[in-house]
Design a protein around this ligand. Structure first.
Ligand code: ARG
Ligand code: ASP
Length: 710
């Protein structure tokens, strides 16, 4: 194994990480398979993906389009993260039955809770359709025409590619438009909640511990897939039956040790590993700092209110967590990019790239790529920044403005599509706001508004003159005194009568008038230029990717994540975040006790767990008298991999992926095997909680427990 690694180091340019990557499961034969086996895997590529017989991939689902989940019993039992099932757990909760606080365990199948609208998707087969999608494209002249033709081809192939009636075809682009792959999928629509630990286990450490190692969170929840009597997808019905999977993952009781092979199978959302240095500079120096500052301001205001008022705490908990999640990630990402010298490494690579173009006589094809990148990133800088300000301030973090924007879109429907289209959409939009206002507090939002509109006016490029000099305090007070957008009743009162009356009333509302000015400024003065340059950057990125594949035939290129099924693999491994500091790869329940703060909303521990710890009542799940909780490895994961199974050398479940370590969050842009680690819950902790904490051993009985090391 050492030898093979050495060989790889010798033949590849140092910029290419010797580990990492998110690979397409149907294309592992060759380099990946031998690398995985050299790391300790005992399976073949066909055990992971096979079209003709069942394989590991048949146990993996895309969980409601966001996270990943896996089938772990012959009766369609699904495992995913607590933070992935959070919305469903919350939706079944009431003051009397607060499942977020207390957990939920269905005592039998009849007690499992349906979740209307929720789906999981299996990948049936994977096909390279690049040639068909690119038919007739090369001869077209403009980028816009090319994209149009590609879209037409995609639509045609998606409708004509052979599939069963209950299946779907979906084409996605890989390597920035250099490869197109079709997925035949099967989507199940009756998904029921089976169990969830209390947040004090499933979300232990909450925002303070988020993106941090050492970690002690039991971030899991359980669902079940139900199917029609023919085992095919069916709408919810109480007559549906538990789904019989083509494959389910056996669960290993033998645990992990440093150096063990692990792989993570799931649906990573988005990475940008092949950006030029100019783009990374823009992220580190301009975009991340602006977005972090905006969220920092919004979060501080919300936190101030949440700490003083329990009702606001409940209203804003979920929103706060989601805004804080990426705020914290961007901070870690910027630090990591700087510390790992990512920009300089990219520049070194670009120098080598330029040299090889000359050596191989490819100047005509690739000679201008980098210079064109530089020019375009300069030209787009202000527009990207202005766009981010608009997204973060108007669409994401000021609630009155984001409601206003929805109403602005409604007015556009009226203006462009007429009264009928408006009427069709109006009821939906207004109804959807009811739930929104349940968790809205006008005093919180007024303070957020004042902070963010000030930042916006003072710092965003490309905004109307009047916003630069306005009295922000007075504007805020004026708007929150009179605007109807501050309550659900207020919004409804604007939409009485016919469309003409609605928009007359709306256009007198001071809050609406302000949103509309910002939206029009965005659509007239920012979006058109942004879109035009961005299209050019997309074309350059495609050619740059092609050039890299061409000029570095020995390179280790994997396609950027795009919410399709991928495999990433590595080994259980600690890391050294700073001089003289080394982090072990496994945490234990002892660490929960070290962090325990009675009554604290992040670090409280439920009393039953305290008892189990005191009595060391760990059943068959402990190792040398200690209960493992989480572990880390060198798998290259990203958002969307949450809920993904961690799988051992033989194909057994050993853990559940849910996060990455702070020092390695830059892995979406620059993967560094020295410090990038994914964080998983040890499956033995999951089993312990189900069995000993929740007394739900009937769920354990459904699973297939194995001892691969004995
Ligand atoms: N950072 C993880 C991910 O990006 C976990 C997020 C959920 N946990 C939280 N405390 N907000 O999704
Ligand atoms: N926590 C992320 C998720 O929800 C995973 C990650 O970004 O590492 O998918």
């Amino acid at each position: 194994m050492k030898f093979l690694r050495l060989l790889l180091v010798l033949v590849t340019f140092p910029i290419f990480a010797q580990q990492g990557g998110m690979w397409i499961p149907s294309m592992l034969k060759g380099m990946n398979e031998s690398e995985m086996q050299s790391l300790g895997m005992k399976m073949t590529a066909e055990d992971i993906y096979d079209v003709n017989k069942s394989s590991l991939k048949d146990a993996i689902v895309h969980f409601d389009g966001g996270c990943t989940a896996e089938v772990i019993s012959p009766k369609g039992l699904l495992l995913t993260n607590h933070h992935c099932g959070y919305g469903e757990i919350q939706s079944h909760s009431t003051v009397e039955h607060d499942y977020l606080q207390d957990g939920f365990w269905a005592k039998d199948m009849a007690s499992e809770l349906p979740n209307p609208g929720m789906v999981v998707t299996f990948i049936v087969s994977i096909h390279d359709v690049t040639n068909t999608v690119l038919e007739g494209v090369a001869s077209l002249n403009t980028e816009a025409d090319k994209q149009k033709r590609i879209q037409e081809n995609i639509n045609r192939v998606q409708t004509t590619f052979p599939k069963e009636t209950w299946q779907e075809n979906k084409i996605k682009t890989f390597y920035e438009g250099n490869q197109y792959i079709l997925f035949v999928t099967e989507t199940y629509k009756d998904i029921r909640l089976v169990g969830a630990p209390p947040s004090s286990i499933g979300k232990f450490g909450s925002d303070t511990d988020n993106w941090v190692w050492p970690r002690h969170t039991g971030d899991f929840s359980m669902f079940r897939i139900y199917a029609g009597k023919d085992n095919k997808p069916a709408e919810y019905s109480k007559d549906n039956v538990p789904y019989t999977p083509k494959h389910f993952l056996p669960v290993s009781l033998d645990g992990i040790s440093e150096g063990d092979f692990t792989m993570v199978f799931g649906f990573p959302g988005r990475t940008q590993e092949y950006l030029p240095s100019f783009a990374v500079e823009q992220i580190v120096n301009t975009l991340n700092p602006a977005k972090i500052e905006i969220r920092d301001n919004a979060l501080k205001v919300q936190d101030g209110f949440m700490r003083k008022d329990q009702a606001i705490k409940i209203q804003y908990a979920s929103k706060y967590a989601s805004v804080a999640n990426y705020w914290k990630k961007w901070i870690g990402e910027s630090q990591g990019l700087k510390k790992s010298n990512a920009i300089q490494l990219k520049k070194d690579f670009e120098a080598e790239f330029q040299k090889r173009i000359a050596q191989k006589g490819k100047s005509a094809e690739y000679g201008n790529i980098l210079a064109d990148f530089e020019k375009n990133y300069k030209a787009i800088n202000e527009y990207t920044l202005a766009r981010d300000y608009f997204i973060e301030v108007v669409l994401r973090n000021t609630e009155l403005l984001s409601v206003g924007f929805k109403l602005y879109q409604l007015e556009q429907v009226y203006k462009t599509k007429g009264e009928q289209a408006f009427d069709d959409r109006k009821t939906n939009t207004i109804n959807s706001l009811q739930g929104f206002y349940k968790d809205f507090n006008v005093n919180v939002d007024e303070k957020v508004f004042e902070k963010l509109i000030t930042l916006y006016g003072q710092k965003s490029p490309l905004i109307p003159e009047e916003f630069k000099t306005m009295n922000y305090e007075k504007t805020t007070a004026d708007i929150y005194k009179s605007s109807k957008l501050t309550s659900y009743e207020g919004v409804k009162s604007l939409f009485k009568g016919d469309a003409a009356a609605n928009f007359k009333a709306l256009n007198k509302d001071k809050g609406y008038v302000l949103v509309k000015k910002l939206a029009e400024n965005y659509f007239n003065n920012i979006a058109p230029t942004y879109d035009r340059i961005n299209l050019e950057i997309g074309a350059l990125q495609r050619n740059y990717m092609k050039a890299q594949l061409d000029l570095f035939p020995d390179g280790r290129f994997f396609p950027d994540a795009n919410s399709t099924l991928r495999i990433t693999y590595g080994q259980v491994k600690g890391y050294s975040p700073n001089d003289a500091v080394y982090y072990q790869p496994v945490t234990h329940l002892e660490g929960v006790m070290e962090k325990y703060i009675p009554g604290d909303y992040e670090f409280d521990v439920p009393s039953k767990l305290l008892d189990l710890i005191k009595n060391k009542d760990y059943g068959q799940y402990a190792e040398n008298g200690k209960m493992p909780v989480c572990f880390i490895a060198t798998n290259h994961t990203t958002g969307g991999n949450s809920g993904s199974p961690a799988i051992d050398a033989h194909g057994n479940l050993i853990g559940l992926n849910f996060d990455r370590v702070w020092e390695g969050t830059m892995s979406d842009i620059h993967y560094d095997p020295e410090i990038c680690r994914n964080i998983m819950v040890d499956i033995r902790y999951v089993l312990f909680v189900i069995d000993k904490y929740a007394d739900a051993s009937h769920l354990i009985d459904e699973m297939k427990l194995v001892h691969p090391k004995k």
